[in-house]
Ligand binder design. Structure first.
Ligand SMILES: C[S@@+](CC[C@H](N)C(=O)[O-])C[C@H]1O[C@@H](n2cnc3c(N)ncnc32)[C@H](O)[C@@H]1O
Length: 228
């Protein structure tokens, strides 16, 4: 059986499948609506921006947009979507962010920290995200809730991985700001199955019975209340 995320080359490097997955995810753009309300006139870091799922709304609102990702391949897709020549794209590991301390108003990170399974590395990334934040700045984490059809299909209702990760977030000064009920909408059942097969492997893909998959998203917020 193929392992999730890190073992799945396609997840990071075969952008076409990732794009199909990304477009199907939160089909009604409820997360974008949330981001629209929080990003106006902010200096925004999209930490682990991937192919730029939220680039459009963030670029439209932000006074400056910076996207960072490990993968040059993902970044090149994001760059192609960019409509603002002042936006910056940086290929870097988030465990050592090449930005000054106290320089960012808003960090958005969607489905990134949970993919970092090494806890020391994940802690390092979080401490870097806090370091670059201005006083009163915010970190917004967009993550999976642990009780949706999407989690059941991936077997996450059984292994506690999502729950443990979400508990880790809450133990690091975040609050749950909003829960969003949404869904993946693929064009066809075959497309959904193929996409999940490439990303998560045959066994997980075989559990998909419909091109619409219910998904619950948690939005966590951290506010930097410490003046440096
Ligand atoms: C699940 S994807 C999410 C991408 C995007 N945020 C989205 O919502 O579609 C995770 C992304 O995080 C990036 N990533 C994972 N670990 C990273 C790290 N330590 N430093 C920088 N980027 C990282 C991966 O390259 C990948 O593009």
């Amino acid at each position: 059986m193929k392992n999730l995320l890190k073992d799945s080359k396609a997840y990071y490097e075969d952008n076409d499948y990732y794009e199909i997955f990304s477009k199907a995810e939160d089909y009604e753009n409820k997360v974008s609506e949330y981001l629209d309300n929080v990003s106006k006139n902010k200096v925004v870091l999209d930490a682990g921006c991937g192919t730029g799922k939220f680039l459009k709304v963030l670029e439209n609102n932000a006074s400056k947009y910076i996207g960072i990702d490990l993968s040059q391949n993902q970044l090149s897709k994001a760059r192609l979507k960019s409509q603002n020549n002042k936006s910056k794209f940086i290929c870097s590991n988030l465990s050592k962010i090449p930005l000054n301390s106290n320089s960012i108003d808003l960090v958005i990170s969607s489905w990134v920290l949970g993919t970092i399974t090494n806890i020391d590395e994940r802690n390092m990334v979080l401490s870097e995200l806090k370091r670059i934040l201005k006083y009163d700045g915010q970190i917004i984490l967009i993550e999976n809730a642990n009780n949706s059809e999407f989690e059941k299909i991936r077997g996450r209702d059984k292994d506690n991985r999502t729950k443990d990760y979400n508990d880790w977030i809450l133990s690091n000064g975040f609050i749950l700001d909003k829960g969003i009920n949404t869904y993946f909408q693929f064009n066809t059942l075959d497309e959904a199955k193929e996409c999940f097969e490439v990303i998560y492997g045959d066994e997980i893909a075989s559990r998909i019975l419909d091109n619409k998959i219910e998904h619950m998203i948690n939005i966590y917020k951290y506010i930097n209340s410490e003046a440096s």
